[in-house]
Design a protein around this ligand. Structure first.
Ligand code: GTQ
Length: 345
């Protein structure tokens, strides 16, 4: 490989003249922006245990009234990116949100896409464009870009959920903003009922806009049953994994981030090849060890971790008797649109 010239090799007056004209020589920085064979990765393997996060989240329930927070969230930030950047990976934002009984997180809509994985509690709901989506452990609820959403809680115990947004990417693109709104009239469960069964969609079909998101809530009870059925019916299958898709066209359910649910059979060890996209794993049921590079994380009890791209990932069910269920998020849909997604074997 060529030995490239350094900035110091240039005379000082020349460097000053360049800077005055807002000009920069490429060659001293060429390898920084185009490193050989593999990107420079800031994303570090990090785990956030729910047991240590939960008390801090509940405490801010006392410290910070919802009216002063709008969304009461502790952001899970990757130190590799700098905590203040609020990035779990280059593209993925993760936060744990708390809503106490009777509280209301007011309506707004924003350009980043959000998804919520419900962790704990009953009786809360998110209203997305007028549709009330109830929140139960393991449910995935989408609030795609530009959709009004607000959270309410008519139960008796705190409700906590994991927010997964493409905020870092949309922010970087200088396209991130919010509009505040009035409380929505909640009119229906229309889409939830219409798209509850796989393989059948409301007829007659009509051409929908590309922005249309027909399904907003993916109930865990259905997804869990489908994973168990898949494992039973296809014992030879490598990974018992189901992607959350748009039921009208089978595409990823959101444009930038991809979501799936993964079941590890009792005692199973699954080796995922190195992929270009970083990933997030969140425990829904059972326990699993996640191994990447020099890190190994045990995920149990609603723990969450992220792993960088371009490294193989090992997943091991720590129980020989029970399945383990994980929620997975990555930015493969975005990378595929860019044409940079790759799997290295
Ligand atoms: O619940 O609408 O974690 O707007 C960050 C931004 C949650 C939300 C977050 C948000 C929300």
């Amino acid at each position: 490989m060529l030995e490239l010239g350094r900035l110091e090799d240039l005379p000082e007056d020349y460097r000053t003249a360049l800077a005055e004209q807002n000009l920069v020589p490429l060659w001293p920085s060429l390898r920084a922006v185009l490193p050989p064979r593999k990107p420079a990765l800031r994303t570090r393997p990090i785990r956030w245990t729910y047991a240590s996060l939960r008390p801090l989240l509940l405490r801010t329930g006392q410290l910070t009234p919802i009216e002063r927070a709008e969304r009461r969230v502790l952001v899970m930030a990757n130190p590799g990116h700098g905590l203040e950047k609020m990035q779990a990976t280059s593209t993925i934002y993760l936060g744990m949100q708390l809503l106490l009984p009777g509280e209301w997180a007011p309506a707004h809509k924003h350009t980043p896409n959000a998804a919520r994985m419900i962790v704990e509690g009953n009786g809360a709901y998110t209203t997305v464009n007028g549709e009330k989506c109830s929140m139960e452990r393991g449910d995935l609820i989408l609030t795609p870009t530009g959709q009004w959403h607000e959270h309410g809680h008519s139960g008796s115990q705190p409700v906590i959920w994991l927010d997964v947004l493409d905020l870092p990417l949309v922010y970087y693109a200088e396209a991130s903003y919010v509009i505040e709104g009035q409380a929505q009239r909640t009119d229906s469960e229309a889409t939830e009922q219409a798209y509850l069964r796989g393989g059948v969609v409301p007829a007659p079909r009509f051409i929908r806009s590309a922005a249309h998101h027909p399904m907003l809530r993916y109930p865990w009870s259905e997804v869990r049953q489908a994973l168990l059925g898949l494992a039973r019916a296809q014992p030879e299958i490598d990974a018992v994994q189901l992607a959350y898709v748009n039921p009208e066209n089978g595409d990823d359910c959101q444009k930038i981030l991809g979501f799936s649910a993964l079941m590890l059979r009792p005692g199973e060890h699954l080796q995922l090849p190195a992929r270009s996209s970083a990933m997030v794993f969140h425990q829904i049921e059972g326990a699993a060890d996640v191994t990447v590079e020099d890190s190994r994380f045990r995920l149990a009890g609603a723990d969450t971790c992220c792993v960088p791209g371009y490294a193989p990932v090992g997943l091991r069910n720590t129980s020989a008797d029970n399945p383990a269920f994980l929620f997975v998020a990555d930015d493969a849909p975005f990378q595929k649109k860019l044409g940079v997604y790759e799997v290295r074997s």
